[in-house]
Design a protein around this ligand. Structure first.
Ligand code: GDP
Length: 318
């Protein structure tokens, strides 16, 4: 498969889609080619703001992304929407992908919507989404929305690849806080209470105050305290306030050198993670290790040797 890099950079969607297909391919040869494409495009990546969006099913993620995306396009932005779905099609049924989503946004010339990749080999689904994100940046998309659902590790993975991480919530004051994984709150740069409309408007305001009082649970940086906002994705209320908040964050993060530092740290952490995965794969594929592993398991089980010595013996075989 040949990818026309000039076409991709000029924003040609077919060239972009082809490059993404290559990156998502199960064939080693395709993935190697994708890495070469990525390396050549690397100087043209990074010129976007990467926003992670999470929330339980039904909170209004797709409605929000549709409204938010259309708002951004009206501001002259090019918007890419990517998804990290831990239960993607091949793993049996997807949480994010199986309904008709973001219909109006998907018809826009300046929107690009890509469903979650199916299970990835090395680095998993998140690795592919990272690569897709870079390809979209090279194609000139200046806002990348990465959506995920609150299952397992996916929020951590998404938070580790974006500049700004947002948790959508329902108007539901009270002990709802207990229902949300504490760890996720700690990842949030903002909590956005959606469905602040109609009869829920008051409840949404109460919920906002409730979370503002729980702010001490959230992670603060030297220049940013997580914000709590309300909006209505359906009624298109306060969508501009959410975007305004992210723009403020961006300006402050750049001013404080935090923006590039965070990205550099994310890249390093990602490299370390890949390195560990590659090492582990190499270990498992080594013929001597394959032969010795059951023998050493047995020795450890029967108490003939210690787990430490067994593990060290295998490492020394590499
Ligand atoms: P997702 O599962 O998080 O992607 O949620 P959806 O976007 O599919 O929305 C779930 C339901 O909530 C749908 O019936 C939407 O019409 C509704 N919904 C989404 N946003 C709003 C909102 O701002 N206000 C109200 N009242 N309903 C909303």
């Amino acid at each position: 498969m040949t990818i026309d890099l000039d076409q991709l950079r000029s924003g040609n969607r077919r060239a972009l889609a082809k490059a993404i297909t290559l990156a998502e391919s199960k064939l080693d040869s395709h993935r190697e080619q994708a890495q070469l494409v990525l390396e050549q495009l690397l100087p043209f990546t990074g010129n976007s703001i990467r926003i992670g969006i999470t929330g339980i099913p039904g909170v209004g993620k797709s409605t929000f992304i549709e409204t938010f995306g259309l708002h951004l396009i009206a501001q002259g932005k090019k918007v890419a929407v990517l998804a990290v779905d831990p239960s993607s099609p091949l793993a049996g049924g997807s949480i994010l992908g199986d309904k008709t989503r973001m219909e109006e946004l998907s018809r826009q010339e300046y929107a690009f919507i890509r469903p979650s990749p199916s299970e990835g080999a090395l680095g998993g689904v998140a690795q592919k989404t990272r690569e897709t994100m870079l390809l979209c940046e090279a194609a000139g998309y200046d806002v990348i929305l990465v959506e995920t659902v609150g299952v397992g590790q996916s929020e951590y993975e998404v938070a580790g690849m974006v500049d700004f991480f947002m948790v959508l919530m329902l108007p539901n004051a009270g002990d709802e806080l207990q229902g949300i994984k504490r760890g996720i709150m700690e990842l949030a740069d903002a909590l956005v209470i959606n469905k602040a409309d109609g009869e829920s408007l008051n409840l949404a305001q109460q919920t906002k105050r409730h979370y503002e009082n729980a702010m001490h649970l959230l992670r603060h940086t030297s220049f940013w305290s997580p914000q709590v906002l309300t909006c209505s994705a359906q009624e298109k209320n306060n969508i501009d306030t959410v975007w305004g908040m992210i723009c403020n964050y961006y300006v402050d993060a750049v001013k404080n050198n935090y923006f590039t530092e965070k990205r550099a740290r994310q890249n390093q952490e990602w490299m370390d993670k890949l390195l560990l995965e590659m090492l582990s794969l190499k270990l498992k594929q080594n013929p001597d290790v394959k032969k010795q592993l059951p023998v050493l398991h047995q020795k450890v089980t029967s108490g003939e040797t210690t787990p430490f010595i067994a593990a060290k013996t295998l490492i020394d075989l590499l």
